[in-house]
Design a protein around this ligand. Structure first.
Ligand SMILES: O=C[C@H](O)COP(=O)(O)O
Length: 330
């Protein structure tokens, strides 16, 4: 079985804290220069996950790395305090103790728990003392079409209630009409309302019309101070995809090259298989480097990924697959 020495070195990288993105004045010339070569991006995306695979102990280490980067999410109209408390217990001990013992691993946690505003209080109670952050979706999630002052107020209320990460949704219409000033101003206001809480800008890429729009919206949100850019709410008909991810992480790379600020990336929606998480991690490593394999710069927004990862790890330690219903986080 795997022990710490056998682990891939990526699992031992230190947790560090980045200086926070200070943002930039809106640079419309830079925005206008941004293009996206859709066919080249799709060709590159098609190669991801096909060229190399990680096996056995290395795969187990990568899967544990993926677990540490999950924003364990419940965003359902029928969420209850009971469901959120169960999720928080899972966040504290994401992989069963017998599997972790067999792997020779000490305790790990997920990156954060992600909930609607009304579920922050039960999450705060259940996560007390764990150090696991609470992320709250905000600003009229998922459509973002409530009155602007209420969207700002919602952020303030969620921070007051105990969320240290706020996942805002942008106004898609500002992107579709190329109104970059309006998008920038909105994002600046959301960032200001967050105070010390970190802000993830959800672009809802499935509704932005083109990869070029995704690239430009990513850049504008970073200029306006986003700490993370995130693909989707999980509620659009198309959520996280590899082509969209390539566009967004290359925008992150360009922004770092120009400003020195490292922005986090959160693919979200529809990522439910362990093998998909490995593709995302290897894409981050290849495109941005090892620094983006830490939860302060990379998260999966996922409600059911953890269950499949636990099932694969159980297979690794026992040689047998159990039924997926036994891994209820799936
Ligand atoms: O931000 C997280 C997403 O809402 C989760 O989407 P999912 O339920 O498809 O994993």
């Amino acid at each position: 079985m795997m022990n710490v020495k056998e682990q891939d070195k990526l699992a031992q990288l230190p947790q560090t804290t980045e200086p926070r993105n200070a943002g930039l004045p809106l640079d419309l010339d830079w925005v206008a220069r941004v293009q996206a070569n859709t066919s080249a991006i799709e060709r590159r995306a098609a190669t991801l996950g096909t060229r190399r695979s990680v096996k056995k102990a290395h795969q187990a280490a990568w899967l544990l790395k993926a677990v540490s980067c999950i924003d364990l999410t419940t965003l359902a109209g029928d969420d209850t305090a009971g469901r959120v408390k169960w999720l928080c217990a899972k966040a504290r001990q994401p992989i069963r103790g017998d599997i972790m013992d067999a792997l020779g691993m000490g305790p790990i946690t997920v990156g954060a728990v992600c909930v609607y505003h009304d579920m922050i209080a039960p999450a705060a109670e259940a996560l007390a003392g764990s150090g696991i952050p609470i992320a709250a979706v905000s600003t009229g999630f998922p459509a973002g079409l409530s009155p602007f002052h209420l969207r700002v107020k919602e952020i303030e209320e969620s921070v007051k209630a105990g969320a240290s990460e706020i996942d805002i949704v942008i106004s898609r219409r500002h992107v579709l009409t190329q109104n970059w000033q309006a998008l920038y101003d909105e994002m600046r206001a959301f960032r200001a309302a967050c105070g010390d809480a970190h802000v993830k800008a959800i672009l809802a890429t499935g509704e932005l019309g083109s990869l070029r729009n995704v690239a430009r919206a990513s850049l504008v949100c970073m200029m306006a101070g986003a700490d993370f850019i995130k693909t989707s709410t999980g509620k659009e008909s198309v959520n996280a995809t590899l082509p969209v991810s390539l566009v967004m992480i290359r925008a992150i790379r360009d922004y770092e090259a120009a400003t020195g600020f490292r922005i986090g990336y959160k693919p979200a929606g529809g990522i439910s298989k362990a093998k998909d998480s490995l593709v995302y991690l290897s894409m981050m490593k290849e495109e941005l480097g090892d620094r983006w394999l830490q939860p302060d710069l990379f998260r999966f927004g996922a409600s059911s990924l953890l269950g499949d990862i636990e099932r694969q790890l159980e297979h690794y330690v026992t040689g047998a697959y159990s039924a997926s219903y036994r891994h209820a986080a799936g």
